[in-house]
Design a protein around this ligand. Structure first.
Ligand SMILES: [Zn+2]
Length: 193
């Protein structure tokens, strides 16, 4: 299946700021509150405060430091793994001989990486393999976060069908659902501190 459900899209027009950090609220919206690279929902990882503004072409390229088209809403794991990696001397050349990175706002990101039925991210091409290794996309955490999301959407689906459950089933469902949601809110509130 696809690594992400929505390809993030940066807005066309935006005010110019002196610091890349000022763009974070806009990036968060344009990236649907998800890490551009691994698609993790920020609510599981400490929300906006714990997410980073990644420079796709690293900060050594002065001219792209506050260029909105060069910024990516990223979880700290992907940003930390990518660090200031760049394959070339030109800020516009992000891939050289099947090594490099692809801007996640490009639909072709999905031609190189996908997700299996357990939520693990895996490469589809040599370049995908390079990105997978660089960003450590094979980590179990990516599967766990995907599963949490999956459970939530199934619970939401169940919420619309509770009238079809027997009294006993309803009791069990409500207990499971509230236990799960309490755990998640605990993780979201305290688990990242
Ligand atoms: Zn990430």
């Amino acid at each position: 299946m696809l690594l992400r459900r929505i390809v993030p899209q940066r807005r066309d027009e935006i005010k110019q700021y002196a610091s890349h950090r000022s763009y974070k609220p806009y990036l968060r919206e344009d990236f649907n509150k998800r890490c551009g690279y691994c698609d993790a929902d920020d609510k599981f990882l400490g929300a906006s405060a714990a997410f980073h503004v990644d420079h796709f072409a690293p900060q050594r390229f002065e001219e792209r430091k506050t260029d909105y088209t060069n910024l990516i809403y990223s979880c700290r794991y992907c940003n930390g793994s990518k660090s200031d990696y760049w394959p070339s001397d030109c800020s516009q050349t992000s891939v050289l001989k099947e090594e490099g990175v692809i801007d996640p706002c490009e639909a072709k990101y999905d031609e190189h990486l996908a997700r299996n039925e357990k939520g693990y991210i895996y490469p589809l091409t040599n370049l995908g393999g390079f990105i997978h290794k660089l960003l450590k996309l094979g980590l179990t955490r990516h599967s766990v976060l995907w599963k949490l999301q999956h459970i939530e959407s199934n619970l939401d689906k169940m919420d619309t069908q509770i009238e079809e459950l027997s009294t006993e089933q309803l009791k069990i469902y409500q207990l499971l659902s509230s236990e799960y949601r309490n755990l998640i809110s605990y993780i979201c509130e305290y688990g990242n501190k």
